[in-house]
Design a binder for this molecule. Sequence first.
Ligand SMILES: NC(=O)c1ccc[n+]([C@@H]2O[C@H](COP(=O)([O-])OP(=O)(O)OC[C@H]3O[C@@H](n4cnc5c(N)ncnc54)[C@H](OP(=O)(O)O)[C@@H]3O)[C@@H](O)[C@H]2O)c1
Length: 282
Amino acid sequence: MILVTGATGTVGREVARQLAADHAVRLMSRAPARPAVPGPRVENAVADFARPDELAGALSGVRAAFLVTGHPVEPHDERFLEAAVAQGVSHVVKLSAAVVADETDDFLTSRQRAMEEAVRSCGIAWTLLRPRAFMSNTLSWADPIERDGTVGALYGSTPNAPVDPRDVARVAVRALTESGHAGRTYTLAGPEELSAHAQARILGDVLGRPLRFREWTVREARAYLARGHPPPVVEALLERAALQAGGGKDLRGDALAPLTGRAAGTFRGWANDHAHCFPGSR
Ligand SMILES: NC(=O)c1ccc[n+]([C@@H]2O[C@H](COP(=O)([O-])OP(=O)(O)OC[C@H]3O[C@@H](n4cnc5c(N)ncnc54)[C@H](OP(=O)(O)O)[C@@H]3O)[C@@H](O)[C@H]2O)c1
């Protein structure tokens, strides 16, 4: 049995979808019956990282687990790993982030490094996945596109190496189901360096509707982030953005094709497959 946490989220849902045809899979969510990925041997588990009793149930009989956490303060990884050790899980594949290898000591990155260390030291075989920014982050542009066709970003002319979350999921599936991945850390970058401005150009092209791009000021970015995050997280995210602007991110990753069995997905390909998620697609 393979447990997929974050099974309603961007990467976990895709991991679940890719595993469901051929494997016995348990999909974890806090919401009863929410994951809904069909498959002959798919079951759902309702569990919260904050509730050890629920984690024990979700992990019962599990051989390998995909671990997705995101809380900046709560010890969700530590709680999960404790329960996984108690239930005799033999392999944990953890979704981390490429930023842990960047030269930044912001509050969020320090926490992510601690989460990785908890995985490495828990006594269970582990694999760490460190993706760069997900291409799917541009889904947040759906509303501004609907409003007036203008999208924006802070330091929007500086490059990142956005990766298709489906490629991240493919690597996770390999690590969960094949031998040879224990003790490995994979940095997962997309196949091309692209700024947010360049992504807007490609997306507009795919949607058949040119998008205007506006560079945000730090003040605008802070106000936007504050709608969804507490102040320390906002400042950490701004620090990371400044790191990108200063060229402080190493945008190279491990070669994706040997890990996924196919060429790395491009942003144009991702946009084509998700055009229906944006208003005004042809
Ligand atoms: N976005 C990026 O560009 C990027 C880049 C690199 C790394 N990452 C990393 O990717 C991770 C997020 O992955 P994602 O984007 O696939 O996730 P996501 O779409 O944000 O979804 C979060 C998932 O976590 C589950 N969840 C939240 N709180 C929970 C709790 N207390 N107990 C149990 N489950 C809980 C949610 O399930 P329910 O709501 O159904 O319970 C949901 O399935 C983060 O660690 C982030 O650092 C993101």
